[in-house]
Ligand binder design. Sequence first.
Ligand SMILES: NC(=O)c1ccc[n+]([C@@H]2O[C@H](COP(=O)([O-])OP(=O)(O)OC[C@H]3O[C@@H](n4cnc5c(N)ncnc54)[C@H](O)[C@@H]3O)[C@@H](O)[C@H]2O)c1
Length: 215
Amino acid sequence: MVELKVGIIGTGKRKVRGDAMGYGMAYHHAAAYSALGNCRIVACADIVRENVEAFAEAYDVPSVYLDYNKMLRKENLGMISVCTWPHLHAQMVIDCAEAGVRAVHCEKPMADTWGGAKRMVEACRKHGVQLTFDHQRRFGRPFRLARELVKAGEIGDLVRLEGSCGDIYDYGTHYVDMFGFYNDETPAEWVMGQVDYSKEKLIFGMPVENHSVYL
Ligand SMILES: NC(=O)c1ccc[n+]([C@@H]2O[C@H](COP(=O)([O-])OP(=O)(O)OC[C@H]3O[C@@H](n4cnc5c(N)ncnc54)[C@H](O)[C@@H]3O)[C@@H](O)[C@H]2O)c1
């Protein structure tokens, strides 16, 4: 079996929220690569030394970097996970594509601007890179079951898709992705949205709404 050499950009860290324990998304990507059997994480990069070293220890990763561009130059990577904050995704994906990586799996949301999103796609097309985003809900059992029930006519006809989450810019991209999942990727004929931004609210340093609804 061919072994794919994987690199991670943005290892994150173990997080404690009240009584709950969580991890940066890179830990979830790493668990999936490990489960696959034909992938090996050979390098990881983060600007915070303690983050990258803890991740390397957790997943037995031989090479650590504080500069992802150095990792791209030194390691001959087949695939990269980009698990950093949204405003960094576009440039990092472009750098991976230009460095000769064959596939990039990037965290959602795609980018913080429409221009950034287009530049990512252009770079990956030009260099023949497979670019995917981590909208994992379409693989989750409850979401798939709901789709099966709609398709079987158990719920009735699908006439409209609505979303509301209080953070359409970051978390809300899952909702928009699910719209395509439930309507067989049929392009929208019309869309409507309302946003309330009466108080400042920042997620990953970017302004997001206090409340929104989109149809
Ligand atoms: N798919 C999902 O369900 C899901 C869930 C949560 C978060 N996310 C997304 O994952 C992304 C990361 O979120 P997180 O919670 O894992 O963040 P995090 O803060 O835990 O990890 C991000 C890491 O990126 C590192 N970083 C920042 N700048 C860097 C640089 N220039 N080079 C290398 N590393 C750098 C940070 O030091 C940090 O360790 C976000 O885009 C978020 O929206 C997705």
